[in-house]
Write a protein that binds this ligand. Structure first.
Ligand code: IMP
Ligand code: MG
Length: 182
């Protein structure tokens, strides 16, 4: 039977996984760590749309150093729960990253394909440094060799929604994160 705090989407049931307080506490810790590492530097936080917009917003609100922001927009999943295995660039950066320290902000790293794609885009640009922060990482799903410098939570290889993460473009507005029940 469906419990009050569960979400039913078709025949799938999602259950509470990371609540708002847990997420907010961890995001603040990441912001503190990044602020310490980048003291005296003005990094550019580059969010990967759409999924990262809520995490990026909360993260930079807790960052205590000067910083700038910009966004990439990638597409990979379509409306499915499984990656299409292809990534397309839907929106390029608007800022000049030459000799700048960039921090890529991802919502979740699953196969690592999106991060790999971004690394390849940056191999044609000339930033001074590039690091990656991801709120969530699914270590058992990684297929591409990518380094995630700051990780919020390592999670099982199951589909999650909320806090920016969607299922067929919906549920991004949930304040906590829900996970697909077995
Ligand atoms: P990757 O390229 O396979 O690493 O997948 C990265 C992108 O797929 C993320 O930035 C998300 O937009 C999306 N994604 C991966 N896993 C999930 C999930 O569990 N829920 C929602 N979106 C996901
Ligand atoms: Mg994403």
């Amino acid at each position: 039977m469906l419990q009050p705090n569960q979400i039913k989407i078709g025949s799938d049931i999602f259950v509470p996984f990371l609540n708002e307080d847990t997420i907010q506490k961890r995001v603040k810790e990441l912001a503190e760590e990044i602020s310490g590492d980048y003291a005296g530097i003005i990094p550019i936080f580059i969010g990967v749309l759409n999924g990262s917009f809520i995490f990026m917003s909360d993260l930079i609100k807790s960052v205590t150093i000067d910083c700038e922001i910009d966004f990439f927009k990638l597409s990979s999943y379509g409306d499915e729960k499984i990656s299409s295995g292809r990534v397309r660039l839907l929106k390029e950066l608007n800022c000049d990253v030459n000799e700048r320290d960039v921090i890529i902000v991802e919502d979740i790293v699953d196969s690592g394909l999106s991060v790999k794609f971004i690394e390849e885009l940056f191999s044609k640009k000339t930033p001074k440094s590039m690091k990656v922060v991801s709120l969530l990482v699914k270590p058992d799903s990684t297929k591409y060799d990518v380094k995630i410098d700051y990780i919020g939570f390592k999670i099982p290889s199951k589909f999650v929604i909320g806090y920016g993460l969607d299922y067929a473009q919906k549920y991004r507005n949930l304040r906590s994160i829900y996970i697909l029940k077995d």
